[in-house]
Design a binder for this molecule. Structure first.
Ligand SMILES: [Zn+2]
Length: 370
């Protein structure tokens, strides 16, 4: 293993932020990038990164890595330092309120320009050209602010990878993950290994989260460059490692082992994969994910736990009016798996209290939480 330290654009003299990248394995071969806690207050991801480090060191010592594996033990040093009046604010940049996992660069058009007229009939050769062009296009991204610099550095590191795993968590949640719809089979495989209870798929969830900035250009280019054959050269997923308080050594070790097994199945780690465990769920469209939203302010009393299968019409939570004492039951419209709920119990109007992976809704527009 060798450690790379990247210095980010400084916001002011005397203010220094650095990004740490642990590199394992050979320089050549199929590449994986795994990063923890892009939303910097999602700490279970950082614990899994520590377990991954141990396992990758062991694999490296045994000569079992077939390609480079990059591990970022904390992907957001800016957010890691953002404490405001006693609470950690890791989701949004305090400079401008922008979500650290939104607005990542879409490189498809720049890559299309770079590879125009240079593709042939060999899908693998085309993929290699596109991979090189992605790295070139990422290298030219501008940055005016520390957060933009962070975003471009992360993309520069990851964009030529075959596998990108962005490790997050939710407020209180069952294991779940997000990926691209045409990669449902790989998402199902990763979900089966991790014991995911929801796998949420979209071709464009809106606002360009990091995982899609890595995987979606391949889908866009596959369509734009036809009839030249091009595989989807990068599988990327956002992995939600349960809830923000779910830091447990045994769970973290199990999650890391599942991730290593996924890399083994991709040929990045040598060895024969174990039989795939039965998946705990079928993938569902992100457009079918139902947010349970507070219609008014009040105290939240949940009736169902993360991981619960709920029926259409079932009450998920009560909202208690603190002037009148009136109790307003909040019911699910769709049947599905309650995969996440808020970690706090006071609702401001419009607050998303819970999320249900269903199949009957067809939401449009931006599909992720702000
Ligand atoms: Zn997150």
């Amino acid at each position: 293993m060798h450690t790379q330290t990247i210095e980010l654009l400084s916001a002011a003299p005397g203010l220094r932020h650095t990004l740490t990248v642990w590199h394992f394995g050979p320089a050549q071969g199929p590449k994986a990038t795994i990063q923890a806690a892009l939303h910097a207050d999602e700490v279970p991801a950082m614990l899994v990164a520590q377990q991954l480090r141990q396992q990758l060191l062991q694999l490296e010592a045994e000569g079992l890595l077939r390609g480079p594996v990059q591990l970022l033990p904390w992907a957001n040093p800016l957010g890691l330092g953002q404490h405001l009046l006693g609470s950690h604010q890791g989701r949004f940049d305090l400079r401008d309120g922008v979500n650290f996992n939104r607005g990542h660069a879409d490189l498809a058009a720049a890559v299309q320009e770079r590879v125009a007229g240079r593709l042939g009939g060999d899908a693998q050769a085309n993929a290699a050209r596109v991979r090189g062009a992605l790295a070139e296009a990422a290298a030219t991204l501008p940055a005016d602010t520390p957060a933009q610099d962070l975003k471009r550095r992360l993309l520069q590191l990851a964009v030529d990878s075959e596998v990108v795993l962005d490790l997050h968590c939710d407020g209180e949640a069952a294991m779940h993950l997000y990926a691209l719809t045409p990669q449902a089979a790989l998402a199902t495989e990763l979900g089966a290994l991790l014991g995911a209870q929801a796998v949420l798929l979209a071709t464009d969830s809106g606002d360009s989260p990091f995982d899609e900035a890595c995987s979606r250009p391949w889908l866009q280019l596959q369509q734009a460059l036809a009839p030249h054959p091009l595989p989807l050269g990068c599988f990327s997923a956002t992995v939600e490692l349960r809830g923000e308080a779910d830091t447990d050594h045994a769970l973290a070790a199990r999650d890391a082992t599942a991730i290593i097994e996924f890399l083994r199945r991709r040929g990045i780690v040598a060895g024969t994969p174990a039989p795939l465990p039965a998946p705990l769920c079928e993938p569902t469209p992100l457009a079918g994910s139902e947010p349970i939203t507070a219609p008014a302010a009040g105290v939240v009393v949940f009736h169902r736990e993360p991981g619960a299968r709920v029926a259409a019409g079932e009450v998920i939570a009560d909202l208690v009016d603190i002037e009148t004492g009136a109790i307003q039951p909040l019911a699910a419209r769709s049947a599905g798996l309650l995969y996440a709920r808020s970690a706090t119990r006071w609702a401001a109007p419009g607050k998303r209290l819970a999320k249900i992976a269903g199949t009957t809704l067809a939401r449009t527009g931006k599909l992720l939480s702000p």
